[in-house]
Design a protein around this ligand. Structure first.
Ligand SMILES: *[C@@H]1O[C@H](CO)[C@@H](O)[C@H](O)[C@H]1NC(C)=O
Ligand SMILES: *[C@@H]1O[C@H](CO)[C@@H](O)[C@H](O)[C@H]1NC(C)=O
Ligand SMILES: [Zn+2]
Length: 497
């Protein structure tokens, strides 16, 4: 009798403990899920239906990868997985999502590669080869040059059967065997700076640049992106009659193109410019940058979004070199610094984060090293400093091989103010923001991250933009309308078939 009772007590105790265990487990999971980027969003009924459709696609692709890792697109190099991404149902869903703004991109690398290449068919484009690299320039006549034999591209094309294949290879990083082609990070950056060197004189011909920027905006617009903040060095532009346009005029040309695009596409909110010249310079040059940015602020107070310095951070120079000058910039000009685009923990590149934050940066470009700096992470969250994560850029420029190892996973798990950027889409054959969104959603975020993450990322891109408050409010309202229409469209598409 007694033994029986004891047994009963033991069994019921065990059942109780067991139930507690599963309860605790559930609670712990819920607690973590409630801290994720997007978890504060409550989906309405229609959104829940759209979410079910999205997650059906996601689980099927994600779990296929879990079973067979070799096929998982975010785990492979983008140059080898691009076609699979384009065939993904998650990707076509993401293309339709109103994604808000693109906040990280560089002016001469924004448009798709195919469009860039089509520009080499323009009249008056000459080329000559120096040390195995093509130089390009628009000329009204055949220029005589001792070091370089300028020839019309149309003629080179006619005369050399392999010319096109070679010319293409001069304008892109996209190769079939990236890991052999680029043995280390310095090699891939060298290749990229060579491409910039080739592309810039092609694009800095004023009529071509106007078309190019217009096309870059159009590609975003067609990808359901409504706003852009782009960085540029304000290079001298030229015309066939030898007119040269200086930085102020170039900024004016950019602004005119943006205004024209807005007129043609009233649903596009607009674009702003971040003056971001090279960081590999001396103090005198930085002093001159500051003169230029002050003048930009005076002439284009609304168009200028802020100031930054660009170039491979690992090769210098760190922000500490220029503190004296940067500290002098008037407070109405905002910093939007690239910082810690590196995997070298504790180096001067990594420490750029400290200076960026102390100088009051409004956002951080990449911030790849951020998760190793708990004190800076605290400041980032407290001050709402947007982190511009550019997944495909980080892979192509050799910070991460497999998106599942991207440190932004940690930022997303804890609701840091992440936004998604595309950096230099021309050079890695993407178009618009959807490819980078796909990598963030499928490769970096949790398996369970759903429509709320996409919604939050889109919202963040407007919240952390440099739009003035009134414009921002209107932009968010316009985006909410687009979002509602998008949800309706997803549902009607799925119930018609
Ligand atoms: C040069 O060409 C541009 C555009 O073709 C034109 O607007 C400008 O007036 C010309 N400048 C001179 C000095 O002829
Ligand atoms: C700029 O000036 C500061 C202060 O004199 C100096 O510490 C720094 O090394 C200089 N930077 C460069 C790139 O010369
Ligand atoms: Zn960048």
């Amino acid at each position: 009798m007694c033994a029986k009772v004891n047994l009963l007590i033991i069994v019921s105790l065990f059942v109780l403990t067991n139930a507690d265990y599963w309860n605790d487990r559930e609670k712990l999971i819920k607690r973590e899920e409630s801290q994720m980027l997007g978890s504060s969003i409550i989906l309405n009924e229609a959104e829940q239906i759209a979410n079910k459709i999205l997650m059906g696609y996601k689980y099927s692709e994600y779990d296929a990868g879990f079973q067979n890792p070799g096929i998982f697109a975010p785990g492979r190099h983008f140059f080898q997985s691009k076609r699979d991404v384009e065939n993904s149902k998650v990707f076509s869903f993401i293309q339709k999502v109103p994604k808000g703004g693109a906040l990280h991109g560089h002016d001469t690398a924004l448009a798709s590669f195919d469009y860039l290449y089509s520009l080499t068919y323009k009249a008056n484009l000459y080329g000559c080869t120096v040390d195995g690299r093509i130089r390009l320039k628009f000329l009204s006549y055949q220029e005589q040059d001792k070091t370089c034999k300028w020839t019309l591209i149309s003629e080179l094309r006619k005369n050399e059967p392999d010319f096109d294949k070679w010319l293409r290879s001069q304008l892109t990083l996209d190769v079939s065997n990236p890991r052999e082609e680029y043995p280390d990070i310095n090699a891939v950056w060298k290749a990229m700076s060579d491409i910039f060197g080739t592309v810039d004189p092609l694009l800095n011909y004023k009529p071509v640049f106007e078309e190019y920027l217009y096309q870059a905006l159009l590609e975003l617009y067609n990808d359901n992106v409504m706003y852009l903040e782009f960085r540029g060095v304000l290079p001298a532009m030229y015309d066939l009659n030898e007119t040269v346009y200086g930085p102020m005029q170039v900024a004016g040309i950019y602004k005119e193109v943006v205004d024209q695009f807005k007129k043609d596409h009233p649903n596009f909110i607009g674009a702003r410019f971040i003056y971001a010249p090279s960081r590999k310079v001396n103090n005198a040059t930085v002093e001159n940058y500051i003169k230029i940015v002050k003048e930009l602020k005076k002439n284009y107070p609304d168009f200028l979004a802020g100031f930054d310095l660009v170039g491979q951070e690992d090769l210098g120079l760190p922000l500490t070199e220029f503190i004296n000058h940067l500290d002098q910039i008037p407070k109405d000009i905002d910093f939007i610094f690239h910082a810690a685009e590196t995997n070298w923990f504790g180096t001067s590149t990594d420490m750029n984060l400290v200076d960026a934050v102390l100088l009051g940066t409004k956002r951080i470009g990449h911030g790849y090293g951020l998760v190793k700096h708990p004190a800076i992470m605290e400041i980032v969250k407290e001050k709402g400093i947007g982190i511009e994560v550019c997944p495909i850029s980080n892979q192509v420029l050799m910070l991460v091989e497999d998106m599942r190892n991207h440190p932004a996973a940690i930022l997303m798990a804890q609701n840091y103010p992440v936004v998604i950027g595309y950096d230099d889409p021309s050079f890695w054959s993407t178009k618009g923001l959807s490819y980078d969104f796909y990598m963030a959603f499928m490769g970096i975020a949790s398996r369970s991250a759903d429509l709320r993450l996409l919604k939050q990322l889109a919202k963040n891109s407007l919240t952390y933009s440099m739009m003035p408050a009134t414009e921002k409010k209107l932009a968010i309202e316009a985006w909410e309308t687009d979002w509602q229409q998008f949800i309706d469209k997803i549902i009607s598409e799925n119930y018609n078939c």
